[in-house]
Design a protein around this ligand. Structure first.
Ligand SMILES: C[S@@+](CC[C@H](N)C(=O)[O-])C[C@H]1O[C@@H](n2cnc3c(N)ncnc32)[C@H](O)[C@@H]1O
Length: 213
């Protein structure tokens, strides 16, 4: 028992120490996640830890909707999101990094080949969404909002492209070094004009959803 506690304590301390160092590093050096991180982001282990359908359900990604993922990275959520919106909906996947877009396209093709053609990939910044005002039903960010240097600016742009009644969802996941507390995320959404309609999940993976009034 003592040995078990020692091992558990060492792992916990190691994890906390690693988080502190990473967070200090990220606070001083802000850049988009490097593509090699997709080895972890797109892993089978993550499917159990953060099942895409659970997070997409919380994010209101449902059949027939026009949906945008901002900061799609290696595309971990795209196969499930494409299945969920179906033939009557439309899924857009945006990322600032061309290499991430490339990885996401390959991932989608491998995991959901029949949905590959239906997803539009957009290589742009989160501040530069190429949509008309009120064009979308859902905009969601998973582990990406706090990577964007001005998250409030990104949320205001998302507000413009959402329909009245459309939703924005922000999911944050540990051990992401940019992870903010749930109330900080909710305050950010409120400050940019959304009404909060749901806080769900737990400490390790939470989603805050707001609606455009
Ligand atoms: C940690 S990854 C998360 C990827 C994916 N959502 C997931 O959970 O697997 C964050 C992504 O946000 C993208 N990103 C960072 N800053 C961005 C910006 N200003 N505009 C658009 N995408 C951005 C990065 O290139 C990266 O692919």
């Amino acid at each position: 028992m003592n040995k078990f506690l020692r091992i558990f304590g060492s792992i916990l301390l190691g994890f906390i120490g690693f988080q502190v160092v990473l967070r200090i590093f990220r606070r001083n050096l802000h850049f988009p996640a490097p593509p090699f991180i997709t080895a972890a982001l797109n892993s089978r282990f993550r499917e159990r830890w953060q099942p895409p359908d659970v997070i997409l359900e919380r994010s209101r990604v449902t059949s027939g909707k026009k949906v945008l993922e901002v900061g799609c990275g290696g595309g971990f959520f795209l196969p499930a999101a494409a299945r969920r919106v179906g033939a009557n909906g439309k899924l857009y996947a945006l990322d600032i990094s061309p290499r991430m877009i490339n990885i996401a396209q390959k991932y989608l093709f491998t995991r959901a080949p029949s949905h590959y053609e239906s997803v539009d990939f957009i290589n742009r910044s989160a501040y530069d969404l190429p949509f008309e005002d009120g064009a979308l039903d859902v905009v969601y960010y998973i582990g990406s909002l706090m990577e964007i240097p001005q998250p409030a600016k990104a949320l205001r742009v998302a507000y413009r492209v959402l329909k009245p009644g459309g939703t924005v969802s922000v999911t944050e996941l540990l051990p992401d070094p940019d992870y903010p507390g749930v109330y900080r995320t909710a305050a950010l959404l409120k400050a940019t004009g959304y009404r909060i309609i749901d806080l769900s999940g737990n400490l390790f993976s939470y989603t805050v959803t707001g609606v455009k009034l």
